[in-house]
Design a protein around this ligand. Structure first.
Ligand SMILES: Nc1nc2c(ncn2[C@@H]2O[C@H](COP(=O)(O)OP(=O)(O)O)[C@@H](O)[C@H]2O)c(=O)[nH]1
Ligand SMILES: [Mg+2]
Length: 539
């Protein structure tokens, strides 16, 4: 049998499957991001639709539903031409649904519907119809109402049976019809017991019922008058059923309507999910605060101090350098500096990592927390509750990992410790000047000793009339400290500059850490939210 294109809406089923894929994506992405009841509704809609589609479009399930005594069971009997369904006002007996099945192969579908009471009929014009007689939706027995709700959620076509007395019942309109306001194309409204009304009352009742339906959103639904007692309208009802069954479109239409309903509600509750990014200013604030928390100021001061320390060892007055040597290098106290072996660190991703001894300043840590909070608020503003909480916890977990990464960044910082060339030049000059001083002093002492022992004085060595040994000694005494002072000034300026450079280098590494650990993680979570929104658009 080749499928007839008019009775086998393959394209529509394909379209529906695409929507269900989008819904499945929403269900996946919605884990932990959508509110629990919303997610539960998505999952049950998805499961029901997928399972129903799995049973194919060759059967159409029509449920006769309505209030006690409206005549569901009587109509069921009238349509099927049997007395199978028990009817009666005093003993409203339909406690579990009955199924009249036209044609073969509906077994698995009815198993899935959990309806054991089945009655098989020859196919004929109703081939493919599965007609259900449901319990009363207004039954005092909770189990009956639950059964109605369970089946109303899964059947393909609603056949609401009302009678002239109770057709305006709020329990029906507010409890069911309004909810299924998008399901007009799969809704039939049967005004039963029409034999109880005269011609005039009929027109008025049908008009009033039509108005009520319009209020429910079901303006396009035409009311079908029937009487299970006189048989009036039953043939028209059978023809209507035959047409719907032949179309084989009700399943797709019903599920499409379910998805429309869900999509509208989701769109409303996820309206705050607009695309967003980590703003440049929020990131910048975190980088600045994190640089400080990673010891930016301590590092800058220590590099400047270390430079001055080493500068004074290189170009200070040689006779006083030993005093300097007794003081520690400020960088060594931070666990940084070139000569320090990588002893206290570890291996991460195959790279040796230095652990610094920088102890984070509590104020800087508090500022970092604040900057992270600001980033969090900035990026979560207006998000639905669950998505917001999840993003907040993602950001908190990146915050928890920052101290270690920041310390690594500090360990990788370029400290700009290479000594400048002028240190070597000035250092050499200092040694020459110091040597002159020493030679001059020894010379003066020697002359003084010779005079004391009353030796004849050696020939004078003079330069422009001044004794050379005195010039050497005095010159060394004045020039040495003078050069040391000049060297110290220059070193202080260079040290300050190198301190700033080291801080800038730290800031770069910190920015790398923030981008990788925070911005990337947050952006990827934001990407999931955008994807959720796009899947919703596809739905
Ligand atoms: N006059 C009249 N009575 C009906 C009609 N349909 C059902 N009834 C009666 O209404 C009562 C309830 O019918 P039933 O089919 O059990 O209603 P259900 O509770 O909706 O299943 C029974 O006494 C029926 O005989 C109808 O079209 N006209
Ligand atoms: Mg009944």
């Amino acid at each position: 049998m080749s499928p007839d294109p008019t009775t086998s809406p393959t394209a529509e089923v394909d379209g529906l499957r695409a929507r269900l894929r989008a819904l499945s994506r929403i269900a996946d992405l919605g884990q932990g991001r959508l509110d629990e009841p919303v997610l539960a509704r998505i999952q049950s809609t998805l499961a029901t639709a997928t399972a129903r589609l799995g049973h194919g479009t060759s059967h159409t399930v029509v449920a006769l539903a309505g209030a006690t005594g409206s005549g569901k069971s009587s109509l069921f009997n009238a349509i099927t031409g049997t007395e199978w369904a028990t009817t009666g006002i005093r003993r409203p007996t339909t406690s579990s649904p009955l199924a009249a099945v036209y044609g073969d192969g509906a077994g698995p579908l009815l198993d899935w519907l959990e309806i054991p009471n089945r009655q098989r009929h020859e196919g004929g014009s109703l081939e493919g119809l599965v007609l259900l007689d449901l319990p009363d939706h207004d039954s005092k027995v909770t189990a009956h109402r639950a059964e109605v709700d369970r089946l109303v959620a899964v059947v393909d076509v609603f056949g609401w049976v009302v009678d002239p007395q109770k057709y305006a019942d709020a329990a029906l309109h507010e409890g069911y019809l309004r909810q299924f306001g998008r399901h007009g194309a799969v809704t039939m409204v049967l005004l039963n017991q029409i034999d109880r009304l005269d011609a005039e009352a009929r027109a008025g009742t049908i008009a009033h019922l039509g108005a009520l339906l319009a209020e429910d959103g079901l303006g396009e639904v035409r009311v079908l008058p029937t009487s299970a007692v006189t048989g009036e309208g039953v043939d028209a009802l059978r023809r209507e059923l035959a047409a719907r069954v032949a179309e084989r479109r009700a399943i797709v239409t019903r599920i499409d309507a379910d998805l429309d309903w869900l999509a509208t509600d989701l769109t409303a509750s996820l309206s705050g999910l607009a695309d967003r990014t980590v703003s440049a200013s929020a990131r910048e604030q975190v980088v600045i605060a994190a640089t400080e928390a990673a010891g930016g100021s301590q590092l800058e001061a220590a590099v400047a101090g270390s430079y001055r320390h080493r500068g004074s060892l290189a170009v200070g007055w040689p006779l006083l350098r030993w005093i300097r040597k007794t003081r520690p290098d400020p960088l060594a106290r931070l666990g940084l500096g070139t000569r320090r072996p990588i002893e206290t660190g570890g291996i991460k991703d195959g790279v040796a990592v230095r652990r610094t001894a920088i102890s984070a300043d509590p104020l800087a840590v508090a500022r970092l927390d604040e900057a992270m909070r600001h980033l969090s608020q900035d990026v979560t503003r207006g998000l639905p509750e669950t998505a917001r909480r999840r993003l907040e916890s993602v950001i908190e977990s990146t915050r928890d990992e920052l101290p270690e990464s920041l310390d690594e960044a500090a360990g990788r910082t370029d400290l700009h410790l290479e000594p400048p060339r002028w240190w070597a030049v000035l250092g050499t000059v200092q040694w020459v000047v110091a040597a002159g001083l020493i030679v001059g002093l020894i010379w003066v002492l020697a002359l003084w000793g010779l005079a004391w022992f009353q030796f004849p004085p050696p020939p004078r060595v003079q330069w422009r009339g001044f004794p050379v040994q005195s010039l050497l000694a005095l010159g060394g005494l004045i020039l040495g400290p003078l050069l040391a002072t000049i060297g110290r000034r220059l070193t202080a300026v260079g040290g300050a500059r190198r301190g700033r450079q080291a801080r800038a280098s730290l800031s770069e590494h910190v920015a790398g850490v923030i981008d990788e650990d925070v911005v990337l993680t947050v952006t990827s979570e934001l990407g999931e939210l955008s994807e959720l929104r796009r899947a919703l658009a596809r739905l």
